[in-house]
Design a protein around this ligand. Sequence first.
Ligand SMILES: Nc1ncnc2c1ncn2[C@@H]1O[C@H](COP(=O)(O)OP(=O)(O)OP(=O)(O)O)[C@@H](O)[C@H]1O
Length: 460
Amino acid sequence: MGDFHSLGLSDWLVKQCKQLGIDKPTPVQENCVPAILEGRDCLGCAKTGSGKTAAFVLPVLQKLSEDPYGIFCLVLTPTRSLAYQIAEQFRVLGKPLGLKDCIVVGGMDMVTQALELSKQPHVVVATPGRLADHVRSSNTFSMRKIKFLILDEADRLLEQGCTDFTKDLEEILGTLPAKRQTLLFSATLTDTLQELKSIAMNKPFFWESTSETRTVEELDQRYILTPEKVKDAYLVHLIQTFTDKHDDWSIIIFTNTCKNCQILTMMLREFNFPTISLHSMMKQRQRFANLAKFKASVYKILIATDVAARGLDIPTVQVVINHNTPGLPKIYIHRVGRTARAGRNGVSITLVTQYDIHLVHSIEEQTKTKLTEYPVEEKEVHKILTQVNVTRRECEIRLESTDFDEKKEINKRKQLILEGKASPVFLFLIKMPQKHVKQHIYLSGSSIHLCFQLGLHCHG
Ligand SMILES: Nc1ncnc2c1ncn2[C@@H]1O[C@H](COP(=O)(O)OP(=O)(O)OP(=O)(O)O)[C@@H](O)[C@H]1O
């Protein structure tokens, strides 16, 4: 393996890498950096935690230093926290350049962002929805001269999942010059490869790690077979044993819904575990604050939905627990990839019910790895079973007495509006005094819909 000089990077960049403890290029960097410096489009598919971010940040900074102007590079990424993380890498590695960056994500003030965009930053890191909003509503910035378009977690950006980015992407792509370099990176590219190839203009350089397995060797992948009703007791037991043995470990627990995330957080706190949550029903500032506290190890346990499954780079995370078995192997790959990063060791434990066994089989098939059983003293789990289940029930009741479900309903409506499926001028919410009845006045264009909502059911 060569060094960063031999890839064609300048002294100042090599020095910056050294300062970050990055001495030798990883295979994805070794292969993609020279191709990008040559001016080629690039598709890079490498395992989680293998340094894909620097594989695009370094050549972009090199080119930027040769001809600095704004806006030089646009990076698109599916989640807000990832946008901040990528911008941070640009900022740190590009410090000697006096790099100006701008982060454009939802949940933050649009006017401030518009102002920053108008100052022509060198690099814009954005989530597609919010950037498309700016493209539609503002003419104070131009991306007509960008040299680089980067899609990080490219397969997620291009797939048509619950958050469908394709419309926003089309809008953004329409404002970019045809002559540019397009770089696409992910740990799971193959599904959408054809689509990705058609987005890249030049004949792209394609690099995929040759390893047989899709997950890293340093990751010890385990499962626990458990009936649904005993899951939480296993979870509490696992955390107890990990925290008894290790002071400096952080744990990420993935679960399937925002509500479950909230309930598990409340429940683990009842057991005095320093727990914090991250999900899409939280305000953006709260999400950042929680993530920062977790990164700083103020809280050792993060309970998250898949909003945190991709890209997050937190070196202290030693354990990933899947409270539910992911339905798609690629979600599994990204989730467990939050540990065992950059050559470190890590453990993942997936709680599997009898209904999920087929999911484990398809995960094993895709990752080309066999999950092994995690040994647990069942007697210990049974000792805490009743206490755990009662605590969970209490937390559920406590959550029901808050406006959590109502917020969910409002978020759903906002999403519909954003997707253009409803186009209200305003959305008013009036709370009725009765315990379970809420009245929503909902102005859609010129017509007013009065929705009475009973619990979760909306009759409008
Ligand atoms: N050449 C290197 N040597 C050592 N560490 C590195 C090197 N390049 C990057 N790193 C570090 O490795 C960690 C993981 O890098 P990065 O977040 O870019 O991974 P990734 O491949 O994008 O993972 P994911 O697919 O999960 O997003 C980071 O902390 C980064 O600073």
